[in-house]
Design a protein around this ligand. Sequence first.
Ligand code: FE2
Length: 377
Amino acid sequence: MQTTIAAAKSTANTADFLPLQGTDYVEFYVGNAKQAAHYYMSAFGFQALAYAGPETGVKDKVSYVVRQHKLTFMLTTPLRGGNALADHVYKHGDGVKTLALRVDDARNAWQETTTRGAVSCQEPLTLHDEDGEIVLSGIETYGETVHLFVERKNYNGAFMPGFRAWHNPYYAPNSTGLQYVDHCVGNVGWNQMNKWVNFYEEVMGFRNILSFDDTDISTEYSALMSKVMSNGNGFVKFPINEPAEGKRKSQVEEYLDYYDGEGCQHVALATNDIVSTVTDLRNRGVDFLQVPTTYYDDLLERVGAIDEDLEPLKDLGILVDRDDEGYLLQLFTKPVQDRPTLFFEIIQRKGAKSFGKGNFKALFEAIEREQEARGNL
Ligand code: FE2
């Protein structure tokens, strides 16, 4: 096994030039934002929060914002063709466009990153309304994905200037217990992983905290490599995946084919009670990857004693892994759009800070069964 935990680098001793307070929101470009918003509300338990569109003075697109605890999703769709947003949806299908990060000073975040080589996609911009002001700035990352820096310390409104409150008094789905973004994974092209590792290190001051090579993450057929990047306080973690040579097509390669480029592979959503959350999600129609029930035969021998009963984990298909600091429970949805691209991970951490390496083989075999059913293995 070639897994390595990086030694603390010199950056640990120097001031963090890009202090991040966590994920502010995730924006998805989708083909039909109205229906996508309803899906995240009905299936995942988000609540309606804010809306922007022609009624608020935005002529070419609409955005619906939904929220659950500290998780905020924005669903955006173009109203016409022949523009960058419409081209994005046509080329990539539904997917993550913006991983917005909360900062104390968006001008400074833009200055620090662009002077280190980041490509700007949004110069610092101040937005005002009666609830105060928000400063936004942004830089490009892999594929057509962007990071937006959001400074909201002088803002008291629900979301952002330009949006109006949105709620339906007749429809307020219950939360499924999802709490916050644990990590977001990017799929990049052949030989591109180290380029993006360097980007996160040099431009954003992140550290490489874990690495997996293709001897860790391979099955009989397909393989990938992964490096986990974390910001200084650990609030923001971005694993980066690259395909590796195997007997058959890597799952990362299938993603790159169907997304038509690099992009966000999955967003991991944290819960404090995974049995309750996954029961709820399954009852609302969310589809999950299924590992064989034999996975559970020797689970407790592999991971040791856990607080949860084994039966509900087995019924729901929840996976468990342990590291030096504790254990974690996790499960992956099937892709949430017709293209085999973006999916979600549901994760509950009980001390473990890792990513479920012990489950990779069982999971990737489950992914390959799905790939094979699509004729892409
Ligand atoms: Fe993950």
